[in-house]
Design a protein around this ligand. Structure first.
Ligand code: PGA
Length: 255
């Protein structure tokens, strides 16, 4: 099997003002410097914090990269309130979360929107962290694998990539996000293995073997290792625990 380097991504969501964000990034830079970082690490602050965190990465030579939490697919123009790929690049973002369940649920993002965002990011050479996941009802009905693989197929329509590092998938069961209820490593592996098969159908077997698939949903220092032991789980997308530098650094150490 292709060796895939672990990736730990922090999703700060709508937390941290500009100065709080800079402080958190500095704390994380300090925590991570003390150990050797073997995993890839990315933090995804709110838009207004991106420039400040990018300054910390540059001046502290921090061992992490910068990601955004959303993007709009048009390059520029009359789209009040939106942010383009070029704008993200101009502040140093190299990753961008798309299709998070909170955006699908609260902001009514569709699979078609997510597909357009994925295409725009790939063209701009920003790595999409494409999120998918089922809610409690879908899981209870036993339809979680079909639901998640359909999300992936829809998001990747008309997309082809030549480098598996150009794309990251995050499987986040909605019932486990911010609830303290985690999926078991076996639950995560079942879906992540099915995602990899779907990636093979959409993008080819070789590319699929190299794409990193993250688990997300109440991931924390105490449970991350169980997930990372699974064949098809290559890291974590971390919400709450990414807001405490020492916790997030511990998770990076365990990866
Ligand atoms: P959580 O969030 O770790 O707080 O559950 C994960 C996410 O929504 O990305």
């Amino acid at each position: 099997m292709t060796a895939r380097k672990h990736l730990i991504a922090g999703n700060w969501k709508m937390n941290e003002t500009y100065s709080e964000g800079v402080t958190l990034a500095q704390e994380l830079a300090n925590c991570l410097k003390s150990g050797t970082v073997e995993a890839d690490v990315v933090v995804c602050p709110p838009f207004v914090d991106l420039k400040g965190v990018s300054g910390v990465i540059e001046f502290d030579s921090a061992p992490f990269e910068l990601g955004a939490q959303n993007v709009y697919w048009e390059p520029s123009g009359a789209y009040t309130g939106e942010i383009s790929c070029d704008m993200l690049k101009s502040v140093g973002a190299t990753y961008c979360i798309i299709g998070h369940s909170e955006r699908r649920d609260y902001f009514h993002e569709t699979d078609e929107d997510i597909n357009k965002k994925a295409q725009a990011l790939l063209s701009a050479h920003i790595i999409p962290i494409l999120c998918c996941g089922e809610d409690e009802h879908v899981r209870e009905a036993g339809n979680h694998v079909a639901h998640v693989t359909a999300q992936i197929k829809a998001a990747l329509q008309n997309i082809s990539i030549s480098d598996p590092c150009a794309l990251v998938i995050a499987y986040e069961p909605i019932w486990a996000i911010g609830t303290g209820k985690t999926a078991t490593p076996e639950d995560a592996e079942e879906v992540c293995a099915a995602i990899r098969e779907t990636l093979a159908t959409c993008l080819g077997e070789e590319i699929a073997q190299g794409i990193r698939i993250l688990y997300g949903g109440s991931a924390k220092p105490g449970n991350i290792e169980g997930f990372l032991e699974k064949d098809n789980v290559d890291g974590a997308l971390v919400g709450g625990a990414s807001l405490v530098a020492s916790d997030f650094a511990q998770m990076v150490d365990r990866a």
